[in-house]
Write a protein that binds this ligand. Structure first.
Ligand SMILES: [Zn+2]
Length: 115
């Protein structure tokens, strides 16, 4: 029984050491391949692109005003939203709490997907 407990303890210790080694190796890999830098750069590109798109095309978006009451929209979700007041044209980003036009899938400010 003593031997079994010792073996079990050794196994737990080994497992913990493996986890630590994995975390250190992962950190080394992300540093070496600049994965964190790449990720933050991509996120900022995404955010700026979203800003550009929103600045460039408030009126170039055909689906916003073209949808009249005659034609039922493809999904009921849009319809129920458009019948509400004018103030509901924006939705709040759940990550940075900034407001984004409700037609956008992506937050203008932080670039998060808010579908
Ligand atoms: Zn946001």
């Amino acid at each position: 029984m003593e031997k079994l407990a010792g073996a079990l303890f050794f196994l737990v210790l080994l497992f913990g050491a493996l986890i630590v080694i994995f975390l250190v190796a992962r950190e080394l890999v992300t540093w070496y391949w600049k994965i964190n830098d790449i990720l933050s750069t991509l996120k900022s590109i995404n955010r700026r692109l979203a800003l550009l798109v929103n600045e460039a095309s408030p009126e170039a978006r055909p689906d916003r005003d073209a949808k009249t009451t005659d034609e039922p929209p493809s999904d009921g979700r849009v319809d129920s939203n458009e019948k509400s007041t004018e103030g509901d044209e924006v939705k709040q980003c759940r990550y940075c709490k900034e407001e984004t036009p409700k037609d956008d899938d992506m937050c203008q400010v932080c670039g998060s997907y808010i579908g």
